[in-house]
Design a protein around this ligand. Structure first.
Ligand code: MN
Length: 196
């Protein structure tokens, strides 16, 4: 699963593995979303860490233990690190094994995608829709508000779509459902499946 370790008590800014995502997410959105929104969360987390008692822990451990502003900023760093990592402009397709797991738990890959999009579209306000594995390996979809991450529910997070307006407003305005439907084109399933 995705996790990050601090160096000298500070988390580094997660790097992008690509310089564009074609027309699915514009360079302008990438610039604001990664370069400004995520940077602010990283900077805020690093300001809050000294003296918090959580120095030296991995990012996932901080998310599990933190409260208040520390939780909000740590959660958003973890959520965005996973979100930006899972995309590519030459993404790897889903494996037959993973498709079989989705079919087992949702009926079909298409039924999974439809439910994932629907849960993203109907999450009121800001948050994230997640695909995770539970302790028995069953795949589940959760809606999480604000900075929440499935690790706090004991789940192993695999895939997430950000439904905060800052993720899509420049490119899709109020059309959140169109943004969600378009994202499948850039999901790198090799990265998602490595998190299992
Ligand atoms: Mn975001």
């Amino acid at each position: 699963m995705k996790d990050l370790m601090p160096e000298n008590g500070q988390f580094a800014m997660p790097k992008l593995g690509y310089d564009n995502l074609g027309e699915i997410i514009s360079k302008e959105t990438l610039s604001f979303h990664h370069g400004k929104h995520l940077k602010a969360y990283v900077d805020n987390l690093n300001k809050l860490l000294p003296g918090s008692g959580l120095e030296g822990l991995s990012l996932v451990e901080v998310v599990k233990k933190a409260e208040g502003g520390m939780f909000n900023n740590a959660g958003q760093v973890l959520n965005h690190a996973m979100y930006f990592e899972q995309f590519g402009n030459t993404p790897k397709p889903m494996s037959a094994d993973f498709a079989a797991s989705l079919k087992r738990d949702f009926g079909s890959v298409e039924a999974f995608k439809k439910e994932f999009e629907q849960k993203g579209a109907t999450l009121f306000g800001s948050g994230w829709v997640w695909l995770s594995a539970d302790k028995e390996g069953k795949l589940v979809i959760t809606q999480q508000r604000n900075a929440e991450n499935p690790v706090t529910l004991g789940l192993r997070p695999l895939l997430t779509f950000d439904v905060w307006e800052h993720a899509y407003y420049l490119d899709y305005q109020n059309r959140r459902a169109d943004y969600l439907a378009a994202l499948w084109q850039i999901v790198d399933w090799a990265i998602v499946e490595e998190r299992l």
